[in-house]
Design a protein around this ligand. Structure first.
Ligand SMILES: O=P(O)(O)OC[C@H]1O[C@@H](O)[C@H](O)[C@@H](O)[C@@H]1O
Length: 921
């Protein structure tokens, strides 16, 4: 039952390619009628995996490429592909080769067919193959052998060949004897393909390499042939092939991707009693395939490459790559929706998935809502700090998260619409449905797209408004990349009921095609439609609606400006807003009323809405998406390129010493907990300061050239008590809330204490809620900050988890109040957003600049935690501006940092000012 056992569909179903590619190094056995076995896609990625979407894309900036050489048909490059935007002189064989033009969403298993050749059929709902459950490689291999033998015999029969194959003649060898062509896969993410294609054409992308799997079973290919294919694809199509066994790919795509991730990401928890979704049998295959991608990419990676991972099939790849290539520029874009944390947390491997995604420098989503869900999920489940712009990981690395909605390429669509087949079909449809109002729809027939809900709404519409009965036709195209027999049967029943009740001898109100149609027919339908109806229960975007808007401009048919009925649960709903008629697909009477509203809409209103949507589609196009995303990724990578402590050099005492000695004026800023004192979290009760720290500080201050500050999360009075033996010491308390200038006796408030009074009241109730649930936890109130401390909690793991939720809760509730809650060791620190150590250090340098004293020539900042990064950044700014000659920033311990040097032990072990200068041991 393994995928390799699925016999390939009959050759008769293979659309005849315009030309074939002959493989020179494998034995040549031309197929009759010029037909050939399709092994790959010229845009691998489109065929990445069994019906997979594009997976990873590597681009090398600065290099040049011949885009057309790869993607456009060429006489001496006989690949079976014709793409849009070619300057073809001859008319493309659209009707004959339905793959001749591209579309945004190639989700049909065959172009006008029910089964495609170059994608094995899906069995997403079937029980897992025994190869998966038993992990029996040998058995799978045996099955694959038999299946391949069966497949070959099918081919032979069809071809009418009379060769006698004996058991001793390996079927693998037989398979390898055939010619093959390289064809674009029928399944996958057409929107991505079109966008990359458009970006290349627009000059935004100079060189690219797709990384993907072959769109066909590979177990039957022998190693030399596999190598040969990979080589061919690398050399001629700039495509890297990832080989994984058929059973691994089956477990990965059809099981883990399609029965777990796809439904969960679209708010469908597969909790059917028969569902195997939560058995983790397929997780291992998901990991394996992701690892295979990461290995392939890492092996090929060259410094300067940009790696862009796409979609839910490859969520682990960014993380796996980050381990292999710590410095690489890695982007991730999710084309689907991202669910609320309450749904995501149902996944057994939720942390692994999140950590995988967080390997990227930048994570892109289609809408703000998905972004927000992701940030919230990270904060709740991983207990990391999430800001509006991204996630701060425990090691200090910042991962950017942003919204970047994908669009279509109106230019190429425009060209495709001009093809004669489209106008032919426009005419055919107009003739056939003369006098009728056509509502059009094309969706995957899965539980996500709401086809059932749509037809039920339509039935209600016909019942409620019988005056439309003879005047309206709903043409529903239902494609599918995976089989769901139960849903198919239910929908078929409803379709039969609608038609048997509402049809007349002369009129059939519902045309339901459980197959895909030719792209030209699809464009013609969008052109003549009175309205498009999308009722997805969830959908990342919905580019069909964008194509509809373009097709309604009246260029090839009387101006329609057809209204768009659009589920509010699609990404496109946030893009179009109320210019579309937004509906809740579960609210059948609302949907029925929307149909009536669309059909009755006066022309001026139609035109107004359409114009607004048209502007959006044209502006928010595919090239724009590519440019925006890649620029943001580049920025993210440059700004926050990983500087973990292994890549930050150790503090070189011998290089610091001359700088120190040269300076006539020095500013030294030292963090307290974890830096001066080698112990302690901000929640510890500090009784005394180690004598050694006091000695070091006194030694430093004794040198009149030095101005010394200590910074801490402690309150001013605590700091005073701790450092009373050091006179002249400057202090920064409550992480920047208070400043005591060096040599002064008066504390200054940098935080707004009035504001604190206002927000702390509201927060107390939230914190109290968690204190009651976490035994041993407590709230500590300081002058301008609150600390939620669970260091004494019995169940630290449980407390950690709840604290994550608490932080999230607070950040959500206080977003408008400028209040920020960040995790600290065994606690949460809540303070005003702009109040941090950087604010206080800025104040110090401003004062120095303004006073006659001027800025120092030497600045040393030493810290150990995330809050100290604000001070490091401030120091670097001064250095960059050329205001301070020598700046040394040092962090302690192993963590990512902005600091320029590291130390592994406490400061007191290294510094000693007893000789009147910073003595380096
Ligand atoms: O390969 P699949 O899972 O059928 O999906 C192909 C594409 O289908 C589209 O509908 C989705 O929006 C994409 O996210 C997805 O990549």
């Amino acid at each position: 039952d393994a995928p390799s056992s699925s016999p390939p569909p009959e050759r008769a179903e293979v659309p005849k390619p315009p030309s074939t590619f002959s493989q020179s190094t494998v034995p040549q056995t031309p197929l009759p009628d010029g037909q050939s076995v399709s092994l790959f896609t010229p845009a691998p990625g489109i065929g990445a995996g069994i019906g997979q979407s594009p997976s990873a894309l590597i681009q090398t900036p600065g290099a040049t490429t011949d885009h057309e050489k790869i993607f456009l048909p060429h006489v001496d490059r006989p690949i079976s592909l014709t793409l849009p935007r070619t300057n073809q002189t001859s008319r493309p064989a659209l009707a004959r080769d339905p793959r001749a033009i591209s579309r945004h969403d190639l989700h049909s298993p065959g172009w006008g067919k029910t089964i495609g050749w170059n994608q094995p059929p899906s069995r997403a709902k079937s029980p897992p193959p025994s190869s998966i459950l038993k992990h029996a490689a040998a058995e799978a291999k045996d099955k694959a052998d038999k299946a391949a033998a069966a497949a070959m015999s099918t081919l032979q029969t069809k071809r009418g060949r009379q060769h006698k194959r004996t058991r001793t003649f390996s079927h693998e060898r037989r398979f390898s004897e055939y010619n093959y062509t390289v064809e674009r896969a029928l399944l996958g993410n057409g929107g991505l393909f079109n966008a990359i294609d458009a970006a290349a054409e627009a000059g935004s992308l100079e060189e690219k390499t797709w990384v993907g799997t072959l769109g066909c079973p590979v177990d039957v290919l022998d190693d030399p042939l596999k190598e040969n294919i990979a080589e061919k694809l690398e050399n001629d199509y700039d495509s890297l092939t990832v080989y994984v066994s058929d059973s691994d790919l089956n477990g990965h795509y059809e099981h883990y991707c399609k029965t777990i991730l796809w439904p969960v990401f679209h708010y469908q928890i597969p909790d059917h009693p028969k569902s195997k979704a939560y058995e983790d049998h397929s997780w291992v295959f998901y990991v394996k395939v992701n690892e295979a991608f990461a290995d392939r990419i890492a092996k090929n990676y060259k410094k300067g490459d940009v790696i862009w991972i796409h979609d839910y099939h490859l969520l682990l790849v960014p993380g796996l790559l980050r381990q292999r290539l710590p410095e690489a520029e890695i982007g991730f874009f999710l084309h689907t929706a991202f669910p609320s944390s309450e749904i995501f947390r149902c996944l057994a491997v939720r942390s692994e998935l999140l950590e995988g995604i967080l390997g990227a420098n930048m994570i892109g989503f289609q809408t703000d809502e998905y972004c927000h869900h992701f940030l919230q999920t990270c904060s709740r489940l991983l207990n990391v700090e999430a800001t509006k712009y991204g996630v701060i990981l425990e090691d200090g690395r910042f991962v950017h998260v942003s919204t970047c909605p994908v669009g279509i390429d109106p230019k190429s669509l425009e060209q495709q619409r001009r093809l004669p087949e489209v106008s032919e079909w426009v005419q055919i449809i107009l003739d056939k449905y003369r006098g009728k109002q056509i509502i059009v729809a094309r969706d995957k027939l899965d539980n996500i797209r709401g086809v059932r809900q749509k037809i039920l709404s339509y039935e209600l519409f016909l019942n409620k408004y019988p005056e439309y009965k003879d005047k309206v036709v709903l043409i529903q195209i239902a494609t599918s990349s995976t089989e769901d027999p139960e849903l198919s049967a239910t929908v078929a029943d409803i379709v039969t009921r609608v038609n048997s009740i509402h049809s007349t001898l002369a009129h059939q109100p519902l045309v339901f095609l459980k197959q895909d149609i030719d792209f030209a027919q699809y464009l013609a339908l969008l052109t003549v439609a009175e309205c498009l109806m999308i009722t997805s229960l969830r959908e990342g975007m919905n580019l069909t609606s964008h194509e509809f808007v373009i097709c309604q401009d009246g260029q090839f048919c009387d101006a329609k400006y057809g209204p768009l009925i659009l589920s509010e649960f699609t990404g496109s709903a946030t893009v179009f807003g109320h210019n579309a008629i937004l509906v809740n697909p579960w609210h059948y009477s609302q949907c029925a009323a929307a149909i009536k509203q669309a059909l009755d809409m006066p022309l001026p209103e139609k035109e107004r809405r359409w114009k607004a949507m048209h502007d959006i589609v044209v502006k928010q196009n595919a090239v724009e998406w590519f440019d925006t995303y890649t620029k943001a990724l580049d920025r993210a990578w440059k700004e926050h390129s990983i500087r973990d402590s292994t890549s930050v050099p150790r503090l070189s005492l011998s290089s610091v010493k001359p700088k120190y000695l040269k300076a006539e004026k020095r500013l030294i800023i030292l963090d307290y907990e974890g830096t001066l004192a080698s112990w302690g979290s901000p929640t510890d009760i500090i009784l005394t300061t180690p004598k050694r720290s006091i000695d070091v500080l006194n030694d430093l201050i004794e040198d009149k050239k030095n101005t010394v500050y200590v910074m801490s999360s402690r309150m001013p009075e605590e700091m005073e008590r701790l450092f009373s033996p050091v006179s002249g010491l400057g202090m920064i308390a409550e992480n920047g809330g208070f400043l005591l200038e060096a040599g002064s006796d008066e504390w200054e408030e940098l935080a707004n204490l009035e504001h604190f009074k206002n927000w702390k009241g509201g927060l107390r109730s939230i914190l109290q809620y968690y204190v009651e649930r976490i035994e041993g936890s407590k709230i500590e109130e300081r002058h301008c900050s609150l600390i939620f401390d669970y260091s004494d909690a019995d169940d630290r793991a449980g407390a950690f988890k709840q604290a994550g939720e608490c932080a999230n809760h607070i950040n959500d509730a206080c977003r408008d109040q400028n209040v920020n809650c960040v995790p600290i060791e065994d606690g949460l620190f809540i303070s005003e957003m702009e109040v941090n150590k950087g604010l206080a250090t800025q104040m110090i340098s401003d004062r120095m600049e303004k006073s006659g004293m001027g800025l120092p020539e030497f600045l040393l900042v030493i810290g150990d935690s995330r809050e100290d990064e604000y001070a490091f950044n401030w120091a670097h700014k001064l250095e960059k501006a050329g205001k301070i000659r020598d700046v040394v920033t040092v962090t302690l311990g192993a963590r990512s940092t902005e600091a320029s040097a590291t130390l592994t032990q406490g400061v007191t072990g290294k510094f000693d000012g007893s000789s009147g200068y910073l003595k380096l041991r």
